[in-house]
Write a protein that binds this ligand. Structure first.
Ligand SMILES: *Cc1c(COP(=O)(O)O)cnc(C)c1O
Length: 456
C-alpha cells in the first residue's frame, strides 16, 4: 500500500513545499521556518491493534511507510528500521494501569537515539540517491553530540565532525564521542559551547566550503520527529490489551520534539486522551497553555533535569501550527492557535527541583524502580495531573510516563537522592578501556575551516 506523497510546508509560510527527502537534507526551510507534513495518513484502530505482536522495528516500518513510503521502497525502509532499532523498549508496570516506558536502552542510553539513528540512516539513503557525500557538522555541549556521533558512526558516504567545548563536557560524554573513530571526527575547541556554535554557523555560511554538502543534523530536522511518533504507537499497542481505551502520556519536555512525535501519532489516529506536558522550572509552555501569553525564559533556569533547561523551545512553532496558529522563530504569535482544542488535548504543568527529587525517591522506595531526573519529572507530572483531576485510585485509565535517559548517566544526583549506585548499561561500560582520538584546536575559524577541508 502506497499513500500519495505527503508534502512538507514551512511554518513561516514563505517557502515552497518540498518532499520529505528534501526537507530532511535541508533541515531548516529557506524562510527560517520549520517543516511539517501538510497531511497525515489516518490508521484505523484495527490496524493499530495489530502492532501488539510486532517487534519495535516492525511498528517503526509500518508507521514510517505510511509517512514516507512514496519516497523510499519497502525493502530499503525495513532494513533501515531493523538496523536502527536493535534494542529493547521496555514497558515497566508500576501499578496495574500505570506504566513507565523506558526509552533509555539505545547505544547512548538516551531517548535521542530513537530520532538520531533513524534520521542518520534516512540521510544516508537520500544523499546516496542524489550521489552526494554528506558531512555532518555539529556543535555539542555533551549529550546530543554522542547520540549524533553514535548514530552516524560507520555509515558509508557520510563524515561527521563534532565540536565540543574542551573543558565543559564530562569524561563520559567525551569518551562516548572520541572512542568511535572511523568516520567520526571530534574537535575539542579551546572555548565555550557558544563559541562552538558560532564556529559551526560560520562554516555553514562560508563560500570557501560551499562545494562541501554540509548538514547540521540538528534537533529541528523533521527527520527526527517522525521516528519519535513510533514509540507512542508501540506503547499503546502493547498495553491497551483487548480494549481500545484512550491513553494518557506524560512527556518530560524541553525542546518539545518528543511531544511533537506524540502529536503526530495522535493525529494519525492513535487513541490518546491527553498529553501531560511535564517541564522543570522552565515553565514557559505550561504558562502559555494556561494564559495564552507566551514569554520565553532567558537565560534558561538550571535544573537537575539538565536536558530540559530550555527557555524557548525550538519546536513550539510546530505545536502552534498543528493547532492552526502561527509563531515565528522569536516566539511572536502571528496568528492565534485554537486554545480550546489545545487545552482539551494538552495539560501543561511544571515540576520543581524538590518535587523531582521526591518523585525519584518515592518510585525507588515504593516500587524499586530507578528513574533519573528527566523521568522523575514525567512521573511527578503524571501524579500531579491525576491529583488535579481528583481521579486518584478511582479510575481504570491507562497512564504511561516516559523515561528518557538511563540512570547511569546521572550517578551524582541519584547518589545524593537515594544513596544508590546505578548499574552501568553495556552501552556505557568499557569506555575507559578504549582508545580516545580527538584534535584540540584554538577557538579560531580559519583552523576549523582547514580541518574541515582536510577531513571531508
Ligand atoms: C532531550 C531530552 C529531553 C527533552 O526532550 P525534547 O524533545 O527536547 O522535549 C528529555 N530528557 C532527556 C534525557 C533528553 O536528553
Amino acid at each position: 500500500m502506497k499513500n500519495k506523497s505527503i508534502k512538507y510546508y514551512s511554518t513561516n509560510g514563505n517557502s515552497p513545499e518540498v518532499s520529505f527527502g528534501d526537507a530532511l537534507l535541508k533541515g531548516l526551510a529557506p524562510d527560517g521556518g520549520l517543516y511539517l507534513p501538510d497531511a497525515l495518513p489516518l490508521l484505523s484502530t484495527d490496524e493499530l491493534k495489530k502492532f501488539s505482536d510486532n517487534e519495535y522495528y516492525e511498528t517503526a516500518f509500518h508507521v514510517l511507510n505510511n509517512l514516507i513510503g512514496s519516497e523510499i521502497n519497502e525493502t530499503d525502509l525495513i532494513s533501515i528500521c531493523r538496523d536502527a532499532y536493535r534494542f529493547e523498549v521496555p514497558l515497566e508496570m508500576v501499578t496495574e494501569r500505570k506504566f513507565i516506558m523506558r526509552l533509555d536502552r539505545g547505544p547512548t542510553a538516551s531517548f535521542k537515539d530513537f530520532a538520531a539513528r533513524m534520521m542518520s540512516r534516512l540521510m544516508q539513503f537520500f544523499s546516496a540517491m542524489n550521489n552526494e557525500h554528506l558531512t555532518i557538522l555539529t556543535a555539542t555541549s555533551g549529550d546530543t553530540g554522542s547520540a549524533v556521533a553514535s548514530a552516524f558512526h560507520g555509515l558509508g558516504n557520510i563524515s561527521v565532525i563534532i565540536l565540543y567545548p574542551r573543558d565543559e563536557v564530562t569524561p563520559m560524554q567525551r569518551k562516548q564521542m572520541t572512542t568511535l573513530h572511523g568516520n567520526v571526527n571530534v574537535i575539542a575547541v579551546d572555548g565555550k559551547f557558544d563559541d562552538c556554535q558560532k564556529l559551526v554557523k560560520q562554516a555553514f555560511m562560508d563560500p570557501l566550503l560551499s562545494h562541501i554538502r554540509l548538514s547540521s543534523a540538528n534537533s529541528i530536522n523533521i527527520g527526527r520527529l517522525l521516528p519519535q511518533s513510533v514509540y507512542y504507537f508501540h506503547a499503546w499497542a502493547k498495553l491497551s490489551g483487548s480494549t481500545s481505551d484512550k491513553v494518557i502520556f506524560s512527556v518530560p519536555s524541553g525542546n518539545f520534539g518528543n511531544l511533537m512525535g506524540g502529536l503526530i501519532a495522535s493525529k494519525m489516529g492513535l487513541p490518546v486522551k491527553k498529553f501531560v506536558i511535564s517541564t522543570n522550572d522552565n515553565n514557559e509552555v505550561p504558562e502559555f497553555l494556561h494564559t495564552g501569553i507566551y514569554e520565553s525564559i532567558t537565560p534558561s533556569i538550571n535544573c537537575i533535569s539538565s536536558a530540559m533547561n530550555v527557555g524557548h523551545p525550538s519546536n513550539l512553532a510546530r505545536i502552534v501550527a498543528i493547532y492552526g496558529g502561527s509563531m515565528d522563530e522569536n516566539g511572536l504569535i502571528k496568528h492565534k492557535p485554537d486554545f480550546n482544542k489545545m487545552s482539551e488535548e494538552l495539560f501543561g504543568l511544571s515540576i520543581n527541583e524538590n518535587e523531582t527529587r521526591l518523585a525519584l525517591a518515592e518510585v525507588y522506595n515504593n516500587y524499586k524502580i530507578m528513574l533519573e531526573p528527566h523521568g522523575a519529572v514525567a512521573w511527578a507530572g503524571l501524579d500531579k495531573f491525576i491529583k488535579s483531576q481528583g481521579a486518584e485510585g478511582t479510575d481504570n485509565q491507562l497512564y504511561i510516563a516516559l523515561e528518557t535517559a538511563h540512570p547511569a548517566k546521572f550517578p551524582e544526583e541519584i547518589r545524593k537522592i537515594i544513596n544508590q549506585e546505578p548499574a552501568l548499561p553495556l552501552s556505557l561500560s568499557g569506555l575507559n578501556d578504549k582508545d580516545e582520538k580527538y584534535t584540540v584546536l584554538e577557538n579560531s575559524y580559519s583552523m576549523i575551516r582547514d580541518y574541515i577541508l582536510n577531513n571531508c
